[in-house]
Design a binder for this molecule. Sequence first.
Ligand code: SF4
Ligand code: SF4
Length: 306
Amino acid sequence: MEAATGVECSPVHTSLCTEQADIAAREVAAGGCTICCGQEMRFFEELAEELDAEVPAFVDLRDRAGWTDDDKDTGPKMAALVAAATMPPASTKTVDVVSEGVCLIIGSGDVAFGAARRLADTHGVTVLQLDDSDPPPEREFDVIRGKTRKASGALGAFKVSFDHFSRVQPGGRGNWRWTEPRNGAHSECDIILDLSGQAPLFAAHEKREGYLRADPGSVTASMDAVFDAAKLIGTFEKPLYARVEPILCAHSRAGQVGCSRCLDACPTGAIAPEGDYVTVDPMACAGCGACSSLCPSGAISYDAPP
Ligand code: SF4
Ligand code: SF4
């Protein structure tokens, strides 16, 4: 093993977490050790904590390479696992997502306006009002009406288009005047708080960062969603989960679709055709890994965690 990996190896121990714990403590305290056991990882982590020492690296040789009837050929796999464990972990690729707190609240009457009042001090709030009640007299937030035609994006970069769009015209109090309804209006926001009680705007909506949804009939759920929205201001790290190697992608050639496995499987609609290949919208990707597990050519791979 030492010859194959260049890693200095101890004799084989069989009970480092029990009778041989003193040996484990000595090595952990010395630092830089790798323990070839995954099952008792927690024990060794606590031991390192007690000793105020660096947490050792782990590689599960027993379960991943040791327990087999074919005990003649386990050496190369064990050596490869040990060598891999000594490599520095690949850093997770991320992109910064900035949310300035521009929030679209969708809902009716008191529920939507109540949520808007709670967020208006810290967020730039627009209420998409679904009922015909009079908007409240205060001007802390905008009120619009319309029918959502399409929504895309995620936290920090939602795009929403509306039909029959109108907004309250600025003016005096009461006798609300609305602009003439028009189709195809567009809006952008950082957060969507959906208190409509209607169908969600996104497939697999619970995986869409920045899209918060609650049953308007539940005060508790609506309040929780408001609190969650209140926290979504700032700069957040978004892991880049899926990566596409276009040259390997067999999506389409000469106008004929050859493969759409990842497109069909993606729960969030993050994958889209682009000519002969597909692309992934990293903001919409929830990191489930379904695409890479189904891709026949390896064109789409899962990058995080590495
Ligand atoms: S990992 Fe793949 S399938 Fe899953 S959400 Fe991201 S792009 Fe879609
Ligand atoms: S599953 Fe793979 S080969 Fe098929 S379209 Fe997606 S990335 Fe391309």
